[in-house]
Design a protein around this ligand. Structure first.
Ligand code: FES
Length: 150
C-alpha cells in the first residue's frame, strides 16, 4: 500500500495524527517515517510539515531514521535499573554486536532503551516490537533472540 493510500484511510482530522504516523511506520519495512510520509500527512491534515515533524520527534515510539525489522526496547527505569538492567543491556549489545541506538548489520534488530514498561513485578523487562519479555537473564535473552532469528 502506498503512503497516500495509507493516509487516506483516516479522516483528515488532527486527532488522527498519531494513528496515521503509527500506520505509516508500521507499513515501512525499515520501521521509520520518511520525509515524504511527513509531507503527505501534513497535506492531508492541513497542518504544517514542521508540526507533524515535531510530533514524530517528540514520541520515542516513532523514528525518522531507518531501523531494524525488530525493535528491542530495554526498560531502563528505576526498578529494572535496580535489578541489573545495565547487565541486560550489555548482554544484548554483546549478543547483537551493536551499541544501544544501533541496528544490527543484517538489519534485523535495533536496540533502544525505554521508560517503564509496566512490568516491574517481573523485572528486568524488554519489548520486541509489541511483545513483552520479563525476568531476563543471559539464558532467556539467548532463547528469545534465537526464536526471532529462526
Ligand atoms: S521499571 Fe522496568 S518495567 Fe517498570
Amino acid at each position: 500500500m502506498s503512503i497516500k493510500e495509507i493516509i487516506k484511510q483516516f479522516e483528515p482530522e488532527q486527532h488522527n495524527l498519531l494513528h496515521i504516523l503509527h500506520a505509516l511506520q508500521d507499513a515501512n519495512p525499515a520501521n521509520y517515517i520518511t520525509g515524504e510520509a511527513l509531507e503527505e500527512t501534513a497535506r492531508h491534515l492541513g497542518i504544517t510539515k514542521s508540526s507533524v515533524y515535531g510530533v514524530a520527534r517528540y514520541y520515542t515510539m516513532f523514528s525518522l531514521e531507518p531501523r531494524g525489522k525488530y525493535i528491542i526496547r530495554v526498560c531502563a527505569s528505576p526498578v529494572c535499573e535496580l535489578l541489573r538492567a545495565n547487565e541486560i543491556i550489555a548482554l544484548l549489545e554483546e549478543e547483537l554486536k551493536v551499541k544501544t541506538g544501533e541496528t544490527t548489520a543484517d538489519g534485523m534488530f535495533t536496540l533502544e532503551l525505554s521508560e517503564c514498561l509496566g512490568q516491574c513485578q517481573e523485572a528486568p523487562s524488554m519489548m520486541i516490537n509489541d511483545k513483552v519479555y520479563n525476568s531476563l537473564d543471559r539464558g532467556r535473552i539467548r532463547e528469545v533472540l534465537k526464536s526471532y532469528r529462526g
